[in-house]
Design a protein around this ligand. Structure first.
Ligand code: PLP
Length: 395
C-alpha cells in the first residue's frame, strides 16, 4: 500500500489523537536503519520511543519469537507458563526484587504499582490515601496513570480520576518534606523524566525521598519504563542513584517491540495483593514472555558496557556541538543512550526534529524545547557523527 492510501484510511478511520503524523510508513528495518514505502532509508535515533533497543536485525530475538509462535502464543493465566516463570526469576534476580506481575504496557505496569500501594493503605484502614507525584512527570494514559502524570495538559480532562494525587516540584527537598507525611501511601518518580524533557533528578533529592518513604511507610515506586533495561548504561537506572525502590516498573525496551510491561516489588510491598486483587488476560503470555526473556538475557554486562561507551561518545559530541553553538543549544542532559538537547528559544525543537526527519534521521521532542535521542543500543560512532554533522548544518 502506498503512503497516500495509508494516510487516506488513517484520516478516515483512526481516532484523531496523533494529529498529523510524520510523513512515512515503514515497511522493514535492518540494523539501526528503517525503510519506508518509497524505499527511503532512515537512521533510527528513536527506536520506537526507547523500545527497539536491540535494533532490527537481531536473529536470536527473531528466532526466539518464531520458535515460540510455532509452539503456542497464548494460553491464559489460569495455567502455569514456562517462559513466564523463567522470565519472572531472571527479572527478579537482575533487579533485586522479589515478585513480579506482567502487564501489556507501561501504563498497565504503573497501574499495577499504584493499585498495590492503594491496596496496602486499604488494608491498613486508610480510606483515601494520598499519592505524591512530581511535576513534569509522565506515567501513562490510563485514568490512574494520566492523573499521576504531573502535566496539566495530559490530566486536566480526566480529573478527578481515581486517586488522590498531590503534584510537587521535582528536586525541591522542602516541598518533599512538606508533602510526604504519614497519610501518604506512595511516592512515584522517574529518575530521568523522559517525556518531560530528559530531566534527571538530583541524586541527593532521590536519596532524601527514599529516606522520607522509609520514615513514613510510604511506598517508593520508581517508574523505569523508559530508563530501565539498560537504556542508561546500567540494567536499572536505580543502580546509579544507589537506591532500592519498593515497587519498580518496566516496559518499553522489555519486549524489544512485543508489548509487555512488568511491575516488580519487594516481598513486603507485594504482600498486599491476594488472589483476585489484580489480573490480566494477555499479561505475560507465552509470546510476550519469550520476547522479554530473550531481551533480558541479551542485556548483559557486555551490552551495558557498549551502551556506556557509545552513550559517552554521543554525549561528548553533543556537548562539543553546544560549545560550538552556544547561541542555539541551551543544555545537553541524560545518561547512557537516553539523551536530550535543550535548544534556545529562537530554535524550535519540533522544527529541528522535522528537518532531521527530512534528512533521514528519526528523533523525538520532549518537554520544553528539547530534542530527545533514544537510539538502539547497537548504534555506531559513524551514525552519531552523521547525525551531529546534520545538526551542525541545521542549527
Ligand atoms: C512510555 C512511558 C509510560 C507509558 O508506557 P505505555 O507503554 O505507553 O503505556 C510510563 N512511564 C514512563 C516513564 C514512560 O516513558
Amino acid at each position: 500500500m502506498n503512503l497516500f492510501k495509508i494516510k487516506t484510511l488513517d484520516d478516515k478511520y483512526y481516532m484523531n489523537v496523533f494529529g498529523k503524523r510524520l510523513n512515512a510508513a515503514f515497511t522493514h528495518g535492518e540494523d539501526v536503519y528503517l525503510y519506508d514505502t518509497t524505499g527511503k532509508k532512515f537512521t533510527d535515533f528513536l527506536a520506537g520511543i526507547a523500545v527497539n533497543s536491540l535494533g532490527y536485525s537481531n536473529e536470536g530475538f527473531k528466532n526466539a519469537l518464531k520458535s515460540q509462535i510455532d509452539k503456542i502464543i497464548h494460553t491464559s493465566n489460569y495455567f502455569y507458563n514456562a517462559p513466564q516463570a523463567e522470565l519472572a526469576k531472571l527479572l527478579c534476580e537482575k533487579t533485586d526484587m522479589d515478585k513480579v506481575f506482567f502487564a501489556n504496557s507501561g501504563a498497565e505496569a504503573n497501574e499495577c504499582a499504584l493499585k498495590l500501594a492503594k491496596k496496602a493503605a486499604f488494608d491498613k484502614g486508610v480510606d483515601n490515601p494520598k499519592f505524591i507525584t512530581l511535576k513534569n512527570s509522565f506515567h501513562g494514559r490510563t485514568v490512574a496513570t494520566v492523573t499521576a502524570t504531573g502535566q496539566k495538559k495530559f490530566y486536566t480532562p480526566y480529573l478527578p480520576g481515581g486517586f488522590n494525587y498531590e503534584y510537587i516540584e521535582a528536586n525541591d527537598i522542602n516541598a518533599a518534606k512538606n508533602a510526604v507525611k504519614n497519610e501518604v501511601c506512595s511516592v512515584i518518580i522517574e529518575l530521568i523524566q523522559g517525556e518531560g524533557g530528559v530531566l534527571p533528578l538530583d541524586v541527593d533529592y532521590v536519596k532524601f525521598l527514599k529516606q522520607l518513604c522509609e520514615q513514613t511507610g510510604a511506598m517508593l515506586i520508581v517508574d523505569e519504563i523508559q530508563t530501565g533495561m539498560g537504556r542508561t548504561g546500567t540494567f536499572l537506572c536505580c543502580e546509579q542513584y544507589g537506591i532500592k525502590p519498593d515497587i519498580l516498573t518496566l516496559a518499553k525496551s522489555l519486549g524489544n517491540g512485543v508489548p509487555i510491561g512488568a511491575c516488580l516489588a519487594t516481598k513486603e510491598a507485594a504482600s498486599s495483593f491476594n488472589p483476585g486483587d489484580h489480573g490480566s488476560t494477555f499479561g505475560g503470555n507465552l509470546l510476550a514472555c519469550a520476547a522479554a526473556l530473550y531481551v533480558t538475557q541479551a542485556v548483559d554486562d557486555e551490552m551495558l558496557k557498549q551502551v556506556n561507551e557509545i552513550g559517552n561518545y554521543f554525549k561528548l559530541r553533543l556537548e562539543l556541538l553546544k560549545r560550538e553553538k552556544p547561541d542555539k543549544i541551551a543544555e545537553v542532559r541524560g545518561l547512557g543512550l537516553m539523551l536530550g538537547m535543550e535548544l534556545k528559544s529562537d530554535v524550535q525543537a519540533g522544527e529541528v526534529r522535522n528537518k532531521m526527519f527530512e534528512n533521514g534521521f528519526l528523533t523525538a521532542t520532549a518537554g520544553f524545547n528539547t530534542l530527545r535521542f533514544l537510539p538502539p543500543y547497537i548504534i555506531k560512532p559513524d551514525n552519531i557523527d552523521e547525525l551531529i554533522e546534520n545538526l551542525r548544518l541545521l542549527l
